[in-house]
Design a protein around this ligand. Sequence first.
Ligand code: 13P
Length: 358
Amino acid sequence: MALQAFRDELASTAAALAAPGTGLLAADESTGTIGKRFDAIGLENSEENRRAYRSLLATTEGLSEHISGVILFEETLFQDSTTEAGGGPIVELFKAQGIVPGIKVDQGVEPLAGGLEGESWCTGLKGLAERAARYYERGARFAKWRAVLQISSHGSPSELSVKENAWGLARYARTVQEQGLVPIVEPEILMDGEHDITTTAAVQEWVLRTTYEALAVNGVFLEGSLLKPSMTCAGAACPQQPTAEEVGEFTARTLMRTVPSAVPAILFLSGGLSEEDASLCLNAVNQAASGAPWHLGFSYGRALQHSCIKHWAGSDLKAGQAALMARARANGAASLGGYVAGSEPSDDSSLFVANYSY
Ligand code: 13P
C-alpha cells in the first residue's frame, strides 16, 4: 500500500540520480572509516574535523554539474555546517546546490553463521522502517545498503552467502521504498584474491541474477531503484591484470546478462581502483555498452575523495575542493564515455585495502 503512494516520487528521484554525465559522491564513511582517512593526513577524528570536512564537500561550487546525489553517514545528515559555511544543516547546503541527499542505512556486516571463512551478512533490518521515515523527514531521498561477497580459493562465495546477501538487499530495498527512499542495491564483490576476470564474471552473474530474483519476490519497484555493483575486475593479486578496455567489455557483458532494463541507472563503486583507473574503467564500460538501457555512472568514495582529503590536509579548503572537482569532472566525462586519460589531475596511489569495510 505504502509503496503505491510513493511510486511516482521514487521513479522521479531515481531518474534525477540517473542524469547523464553525473554520478554520486559516496561520503558515508562510518566514524571509524573516516578516522582512517584522517590518520593518513595526521588529523584527529573529532566531530569538529568531520564537520569541517563534510562542510567542504557541501560547499564545493559547481559540484552539481557532475554530482547528482551524495550518500551521507547518519551523523552528517543531522549535523550543522561550520560557521564559514553558514552554520545551517549540511544537508541543506547539498540541497541548495541541487544535489539529492541520501543515507547509508545498513549497520555493517557480521560473520555469516554457517558460511565459509570470511563470509558475512549485512545487518540493519530491525527498526529500518522507522529510521527510513526519520531520514526522509530530514530530507534524504535515497538509501544505501552494502552487502559484501568474496571470491576465494576455499570456495567462496558459498550458495548460502549469495542467497543471504541477495535476500537482505531485497528486504532492505522493499522496506525503504515503502518510506519513500530509493534503494541503492549494492552487492559488492571484493577485489581481494588471485582469481582472474573470467572467474569474477561468472560469480558476479550468479550474484546479480540471485539478487534480482530476490527483488522480484519482494515486489521491489525497479524503476525506483538503482544498482551499485563493482566492476568486473580480476582479483587484486591476480598476475594477469586486465586492461581498462577488458574491464569495460566484461562489465558490460555481465550487466547485459543480468540487470533488468527497468533499472534506471547502474552506479559503480570504485572498490580500491586508483582515481585514474576508476575513471578509465568507467569510460571503457560506457564505450563497451553504448546503447545499453541504463545510465552507467559512478558512486565513488575513495576514487572521488582521496586527492581531496590529501590536498585539504585539515585546513586548505580551496585545494581540497579543487581536487574534488577534478575527479568529479573526470568521472562525469567518463559516464558519457568521453574521458581523455590523464586530462584531470589525480593521485595514482592504489586505493586497495584488503577486506575493506566502509
Ligand atoms: P568506494 O568507491 O571507496 O569503493 O566506496 C563506495 C561505497 O560507497 C562503498 O559502499
